[in-house]
Design a binder for this molecule. Structure first.
Ligand code: ADP
Ligand code: MG
Length: 281
């Protein structure tokens, strides 16, 4: 399967076929066919975000080119204020871009109407934030189930998915509790279940362990790793070196720009994510 790549054609709408060069073959690997890189899931080209404030414009994202492939796990690191959250919000359609292109599953999305993009987002993107953001007047079960329903599942599918996820995340006993009765670590696991309930193509996670103690952070990381092993693509903003070390690639942001984007020299364990090749606009 080959999804079209984003064009660098200034937006003429012509989408050239994906061209890749296998740069990242580990030399010590036994000779054999190089697995084809996974299709492009998300691509940003020349992305910028400027906030207009009373104190003048704030250039939070300044020309980001980024590709995330199907099943790939990319960590985004960088100092506070470097634009990590803004980048994630813009990529996920929570904030409009100021300029640049965003392609999701081969479709250019940043020019869609709010309503159409919201629809795509509900189906294909899951969000996890630092502060959980659960719906406080709904039970844990309903928080998860609603997300599946909004993502297009039938009632039965949503219930099955909710039961499966809560069991997997060790939360079945808390299904009927209000989120406020749960510990921070439990709430973040619920938030993760909610983000994964509609089987998104891409999970966007903004410092999901930033507000947790180390045991709970380790738990959340383990769950992220497991979902990645099951094929989940993840774009994770983190300060946590251990979290970043689980990723296929680490992108470093500084002053709204990518200053480094490198695959980790891990043994390629997952065919879909191995030998990742970067396309830069
Ligand atoms: P990070 O997540 O890396 O800490 P942010 O994306 O939150 O960085 O912020 C990047 C820059 O954009 C900072 O200078 C921040 O003050 C500014 N910024 C973020 N959100 C807004 C906003 N809504 N209005 C104005 N400035 C903002
Ligand atoms: Mg942030």
């Amino acid at each position: 399967m080959t999804l079209p790549a984003a064009s660098a054609d200034g937006g003429t709408g012509q989408v050239p076929p994906l061209e890749v060069t296998p740069l990242d073959v580990t030399l010590s690997e036994p000779a054999g066919p190089v697995p084809a890189p996974a299709p492009v899931l998300l691509r940003a080209a020349g992305l910028t975000k400027v906030f207009r404030t009373d104190g003048g414009p704030v250039h939070a994202v300044r020309g980001v080119d980024l590709t995330v492939r199907l099943g790939e796990f990319v960590a985004v690191m960088g100092p506070s204020g470097s634009g990590k959250s803004t980048l994630l919000h813009v990529l996920g359609g929570l904030e409009p871009a100021t300029s640049g292109e965003i392609w999701l599953r081969g479709q250019r999305v940043e020019r869609l109407s709010q309503a159409r993009w919201a629809l795509l987002r509900r189906r294909h993107i899951g969000f996890v934030f630092q502060f959980f953001n659960l719906v406080s007047n709904m039970t844990v079960a309903d928080n998860v189930e609603l997300s599946a329903l909004i993502g297009g599942a039938t009632r039965r599918e949503a219930r099955v998915r909710r039961e499966e996820l809560l069991a997997e995340l060790g939360l079945s006993a808390k299904a009927d509790s209000a989120p406020s009765r749960l510990s921070g670590g439990e709430q973040q696991r619920v938030a993760l279940a909610r983000a994964l309930a509609h089987r998104p193509s891409l999970l966007l996670a903004d410092e999901p362990t930033g507000n947790l103690d180390s045991a709970n952070a380790a738990d959340v990381l383990r769950l992220l790793r497991r979902s990645h092993e099951q094929g989940q693509a993840i774009l994770l903003v983190t300060h946590n070196a251990r979290a970043a070390s689980m990723a296929d690639r680490v992108v470093n942001l500084f002053d709204g720009m990518i200053v480094d984007d490198a695959p980790l020299a891990a043994v390629p364990a997952r065919p879909v994510a191995a030998n990742v090749v970067e396309l830069r606009g």
